[in-house]
Ligand binder design. Structure first.
Ligand code: FES
Length: 239
């Protein structure tokens, strides 16, 4: 999942364009946090930007590293010490933060403890699964349970890491299936572009219709974008 914190001196009108405005408003630090190096989306593009915009500093943080993926950046979560190294004057900066709820909470707590003035804090939360999605998923789950006796076109979807499981009708979107099991997979674009909702399918067949948010290598390794993947068989998911 992609989480991003931007620390900027001076202001600008539209924070989603923040990276493009660094050259006008003083040195900016872009922090991108991911689970592992392979999860970093737009890594090459961000690296390229950092070579083209003189006062844009890019900092990549991964919670963990994996065999086969070189990594020389920061590791772990974002503690105060890391923030002090990245931007010692962060208390005087505008902060733009976006990401899943746990990440947003952690950044907020860190800033609160440091005495940050939240008049200069801006956020965009990926938020929880929309209620409409949950309602649809629950409806499908009820239908699936009703049809379970006939065992026709209903599939079991266990989520290994959380130990939760659900049964859904064929064709249900994997993200909605997770919601019906009480799980919130982070989601942003909802249309297979951003890669935020990526999960690994350990076993079973699915059908994905993405819009470029996942690479062929990732697909070959079993990853899917849960927002645009249909359950078409019993599937076991690493989540
Ligand atoms: S939420 Fe963006 S690809 Fe699924």
């Amino acid at each position: 999942m992609a989480s991003c914190t931007e620390l900027v001196k001076g202001g600008w009108p539209a924070h989603r364009n923040a990276l493009m405005h660094f050259h006008r408003s003083g040195t900016g630090h872009g922090l991108r946090a991911q689970r592992a190096p392979r999860d970093l989306i737009y890594r090459a593009e961000l690296g390229y930007m950092s070579t083209r915009i003189e006062n844009f500093r890019l900092h990549l943080i991964c919670e963990r590293t994996e065999i086969g993926h070189a990594w020389s950046g920061y590791r772990g979560y974002l503690p105060r010490q890391m923030l002090d190294l990245i931007a010692p004057d962060f208390l005087q900066r505008e902060v733009f933060c976006c990401g899943p709820t746990p990440y947003m909470r952690a950044v907020r707590k860190l800033l609160e403890e440091a005495g940050y003035d939240f008049a200069h804090y801006h956020k965009e939360s990926f938020g929880a699964t929309p209620e409409a999605d949950i309602a649809v998923a629950e409806e499908h789950a009820v239908e699936a349970h009703e049809r379970e006796g006939a065992a026709e076109d209903t599939y079991c979807v266990p989520f290994k890491e959380s130990g939760k499981s659900t049964r859904v009708a064929g064709g249900v979107i994997l993200h909605a299936a997770a919601a019906s099991a009480g799980l919130t997979i982070p989601k942003a674009c909802g249309m297979g572009i951003c890669g935020t909702c990526r999960v690994k399918v350990l076993e079973g067949k699915t059908e994905m219709a993405h819009n470029g948010g996942i690479t062929d290598e990732e697909i070959a390794e079993g990853y899917v974008l849960s927002c645009c993947t249909k359950v078409t068989a019993d599937v076991s998911v690493d989540y």
